[in-house]
Design a protein around this ligand. Structure first.
Ligand SMILES: [Zn+2]
Length: 132
């Protein structure tokens, strides 16, 4: 049996289904070994996995997750502001506080998971020149 490819997810873990992949993305772990840390800071991808040595930095997606969030926030926060204005007649500073806090919370909790999910999909479906 050939040695396991260092940059390929284990077969039993590579076909987990959408829900399993999404839940895994919230753990922010290496998509290859599923144990090492994916991020070296809040949204900075680690160059290599400390556990298996996979080259995670080669799969940094840059602003890919940000584009997704521009659409998500635009299509959710603007209608929410409109509904809040109709229902509660908030002053403008109330909108700024409430919608700003909601947008900040969404970004803080979901942005790393979305970035981890996109990197998981890249490792599964897109090979880089350094990958084996
Ligand atoms: Zn790893």
């Amino acid at each position: 049996m050939p040695a396991a490819d260092q940059n390929t997810p284990a077969p039993e873990e590579s076909e987990g289904g959408l829900l399993r992949d999404i839940l895994f993305s919230f753990r922010k772990r290496c998509p290859v070994c599923r144990k090492g840390q994916l991020f070296s800071s809040f949204l900075e991808i680690a160059e290599t996995c400390e556990t298996c040595g996979a080259k995670l930095g080669d799969h940094d997606i840059g602003d890919g997750a940000v584009v997704f969030f521009i659409f998500l926030l635009g299509f959710s926060l603007i209608p929410m502001t409109w509904v809040l204005d109709i229902k509660f007649s908030l002053p403008i500073w109330g909108h700024v506080l409430f919608v700003g806090a909601a947008g900040g919370a969404i970004i803080f909790f979901l942005m790393p998971a979305v970035k981890a999910y996109i990197i998981l999909l890249e490792f599964r479906h897109l090979r880089r020149p350094g990958d084996k």
